[in-house]
Design a protein around this ligand. Structure first.
Ligand SMILES: [Zn+2]
Length: 453
């Protein structure tokens, strides 16, 4: 039977999303328990039993499981319940009102990522209602704290209740949105994300009077050399498997990209010249690619000096360093220290403020194959490609435990320029079309059904 859009779920999935938007889970403080309870209650009406686990008062996580026969791997449908803050004065509607207008559900979290929570919930209920014979367990988890790093949510659950949440495969946020290539859609699957190192560097010197700088050793001058070396540094270009496949796929799908992307694949060392050229016609794409082909280091904070006429003995700066899969945070730190050797390492101290390792899942898996074939049935002639995220999601916790983890919230572009959608995540007037709620539910349901039965 050909696949079809599940039009009859429209009302129910829209209702779930509107209800979730009305529960304000702005993090901090989070208060995800109210949303977790809503989900447990909603699922209980379909006969599901849920486990609600709080990492701290109010920080609720909810999980449930649809048991399979055990012949196949398990699959986790993951989402986070917390959202970032929204200033109602900037919005054209109440960001926590669950407003439906012009065919969209509006509100903070509609894209990131309560829309996906609603879709996963709906897909799970359909599996049960339709009595789909599963060969492996399908687990659902809606968690707290992703927007603040996930240590009170997915990270905490994996630490404390691994058997309840761990699965062979995980579907989460971070991909799924189609990008336009020529006149067709290319759907993205997030298979990798960069790691991060937030590093505070302190430069020391010898204080003195501003009128006689010759006898002092100025910490600000030293720090300026540190900033110049790290800020101007361009690390060697590395094409990780995900990015190689992305370039190859886009070269195939979009005639305008065939030449530059084939050249980039063959000569990664010429990447800067190739991307400068590409930027003349496709600025956004070129700039999105640059941080995906190398480690980056950005100075983001600086502080030093106490008085107009005092040469300071201390100056500190913070650097945001993003690490490609295949590299480690320790590699990055060693590289940074190597770059600063001429600046006086004995007068510098390094403090790691926060770090996450990068992560990548293979593309050559049966789940990726299922996703591709389901999408191509829903949309004849569409493309599918893996993508690397420069930021992080909870997927990294699961990849570190060995799960194959994909960011996949299936969505069609909602405006001629898909970038407009991306900007609404964490932005003003965040919204998702009801059309995409139906499309997302249909694709996810079909994917899970086919993969697990
Ligand atoms: Zn998110």
């Amino acid at each position: 039977m050909p696949v079809q859009l599940l039009r009859d779920v429209e009302e129910e999935v829209t209702r779930i999303l509107r209800d979730l938007i009305r529960i304000d889970t702005t993090n901090p403080p989070g208060n995800e328990t109210a949303a977790a309870k809503y989900i447990a209650e909603n699922l209980s009406r379909d006969g599901f039993e849920c486990v609600l686990r709080e990492s701290a008062p109010g920080r609720g996580n909810v999980m449930t499981r649809l048991a399979g026969s055990g012949e196949k791997s398990s699959l986790l449908l993951l989402s986070h319940l917390d959202v970032v803050a929204a200033n109602p004065d900037e919005w054209s509607v109440n960001p926590f009102g669950g407003v439906v207008k012009d065919g969209f559900v509006w509100g903070r979290g509609t894209l990131d990522m309560k829309g996906m929570t609603a879709i996963e919930l709906m897909a799970l209920k359909l599996l049960k209602r339709n009595n789909v014979k599963l060969k492996g367990d399908v687990v659902l988890a809606a968690t707290a704290d992703e927007e603040q790093g996930g240590v009170a949510g997915a990270g905490w659950l994996l630490e404390n209740f691994p058997r309840e949440i761990l699965a062979d495969y995980v579907l989460n946020e971070g991909g799924g949105l189609a990008i336009s290539a020529g006149n067709k859609n290319v759907f993205t699957v997030n298979t990798a994300e960069k790691g991060l190192l937030w590093l505070r560097v302190k430069a020391r010197g010898v204080p003195g009077h501003g009128s006689t700088p010759n006898v002092a050793d100025n910490a600000i001058t030293r720090m300026s050399r540190v900033i110049e070396r790290l800020g101007d540094y361009r690390s060697p270009v590395v094409l990780v498997p995900t990015v190689k496949q992305f370039l190859g796929n886009m070269a195939k799908e979009d005639a305008a990209l065939r030449e530059p992307f084939s050249r980039l694949l063959a000569h990664p060392d010429e990447a800067d010249v190739i991307l400068d050229e590409l930027a003349k016609t496709k600025k956004l794409l070129a700039e999105e690619l640059r941080p995906r082909i190398r480690m980056t280091i950005a100075p983001t904070m600086i502080c030093g000096g106490v008085k107009e006429n005092v040469i300071p003995s201390e100056c500190e700066a913070v650097f945001d360093c993003r690490v490609l899969p295949g590299q480690t945070v320790a590699d990055a730190l060693a590289l940074i220290k190597g770059l600063l050797e001429g600046v006086g390492l004995d007068k510098l101290t390094f403090e790691v403020l926060h770090s996450n390792e990068p992560s990548e899942s293979a593309v050559e898996t049966p789940l990726y194959e299922t996703i591709s074939s389901v999408l191509r049935e829903f949309e004849l002639g569409c493309g599918v490609t893996p993508v690397l995220m420069t930021g992080g999601t909870d997927s990294r916790f699961f990849r570190a435990k060995g799960s194959i983890c994909y960011g996949f919230q299936p969505m069609r572009p909602e405006t001629p320029k898909q970038s407009a959608i991306v900007k609404r995540e964490h932005g003003i007037d965040e919204r998702i079309s009801i059309e995409n709620l139906v499309f997302g539910t249909s694709v996810l349901y079909e994917t899970v059904k086919r993969f697990m039965s």
